[in-house]
Design a protein around this ligand. Structure first.
Ligand code: CAA
Ligand code: NAD
Length: 305
């Protein structure tokens, strides 16, 4: 039993209000699981069209969840959760009374640093900032903020599709305070996720192993070793993966994969990651240039309706 004394430290404020920046594949999923866990969520993006896209992703996913959880009242279940989500393109308004910001915008260090630098001035001093970056240095992103905020800054890396994937990597920088880490662990548990702790190294745990595999699969096709279809079948039936590498590349987004490889190429100069793993791949660059970004654009390695 715990003994309460007057000298006990004040209880840590709980996260009740969550702001998510970026209403794409990941931001929409994070906003949804936040709302499902009872948090008040504000979802922010740069255009109304992007917010509309995010709400579409959420509505489709919620109706899937409702089919299992509330088959007799799918609409009621969905609208009840949507009530917890507000949308806005006004970043300052989105963050003014937030307890936790999760950023899930484009994988660019400059754009992420610009956003956090701006938010640092607008958010409450106690608000925790987290980035969902796949591959960038969390410390370098955090350095766009004040020293005080850097203690309340960490990586919070969700997996796609967020409503279905259980894992969240919590990434600590040398500045991340133990209280911040603990608050993030609590909120991910509340969202029904399984958190693991990682250091701030390129790709953290999952992507450090997964992305080199995905890139090597593209090189196999470039070399003419096998077709995407045969490689997918091989990895699904021979290695037990739920999706082969080309279905997964299309699912993650070829633009996002290309940004990850580009970011790592810079890290390879300083020896943080080996050069061979992130050599440029002509086929990946070509598809991205043609706007073939995977499922989200209707075509990548495969075509989608
Ligand atoms: N919304 C809500 N629920 C969803 C969903 C969504 N968008 N997608 C899947 N689900 C749920 C389904 O309802 C189903 O739930 P139950 O088991 O409770 O019925 C469950 O997830 C499985 O879905 P399905 O039966 O429809 O299909 P499946 O068995 O083929 O699984 C999958 C689909 C979960 C996407 C599976 O194919 C899979 O695990 N694929 C690999 C995904 C992966 O590796 N993701 C990581 C990508 S890397 C990343 O995210 C990091 C990065 O930084 C790039
Ligand atoms: P996406 O392209 O689907 O969505 C990105 C969204 O961010 C777009 O709606 C865009 O309008 C918005 N945006 C861009 N700049 C913005 C700004 N300054 N303020 C607010 N919104 C802005 O991308 P995604 O796949 O959701 O990836 C988002 C982040 O999550 C990236 O850092 C990515 O590396 C990471 N991530 C992606 C996956 C994946 O499988 N796709 C998995 C884990 C992590």
């Amino acid at each position: 039993q715990r003994h309460l004394s007057t000298s006990a430290p004040a209880r840590r404020a709980q996260v009740e209000k969550l702001t998510v920046f970026g209403a794409g594949l990941m931001g929409a999923g994070i906003a949804q699981v936040g709302a499902q866990s009872g948090l008040k969520v504000v979802l922010s993006d740069v255009t109304d069209k992007a917010l509309e896209n995010g709400l579409n992703i959420i509505t489709k996913s919620l109706s899937r969840v409702a089919k299992k959880k509330s088959p007799d009242d799918i609409e009621g279940f969905t609208s009840n959760i949507l009530k917890n989500i507000e949308i806005t393109t006004d970043a300052a308004k989105a963050v003014h009374d937030s307890d936790l910001v999760i950023e899930a915008i484009i994988e660019s260090i400059k754009v992420k640093r610009d956003l956090f630098g701006f938010l640092d001035e607008k958010a409450k001093a106690e608000c925790i900032f987290a980035t969902n970056t796949s591959s960038l240095s969390v410390k370098e992103i955090a350095e766009s903020c004040s020293t005080e905020r850097q203690a309340r800054f960490a990586g919070l890396h969700f997996f796609n599709p967020v409503p279905a994937m259980k894992l969240v990597e919590i990434i600590k920088t040398p500045q991340t305070s133990p209280e911040t880490f603990e608050a993030l662990r609590e909120v991910t548990l509340k969202m029904g996720k399984a958190p693991v702790s990682c250091n701030d190294t390129p790709g953290f745990i999952v992507n450090r192993l997964l992305v080199p595999y995905l890139l090597e699969a593209i090189r196999m096709v470039e070399r003419g070793d096998a077709t995407p279809e045969d490689i997918d079948t091989a990895m699904e039936l021979g290695a037990g993966y739920p999706m082969g590498p080309f279905k997964l590349l299309d699912f993650v987004g070829l633009d996002t994969t290309s940004y990850i490889a580009q970011g790592w190429r810079e890290k390879a100069q300083s020896g943080e990651i080996s050069k061979e793993l992130v050599e440029p791949i002509g086929l990946l660059d070509k598809l991205v240039k043609e706007g073939k970004l995977g499922r989200k654009s209707g075509q990548g390695f495969y075509e989608y309706e």
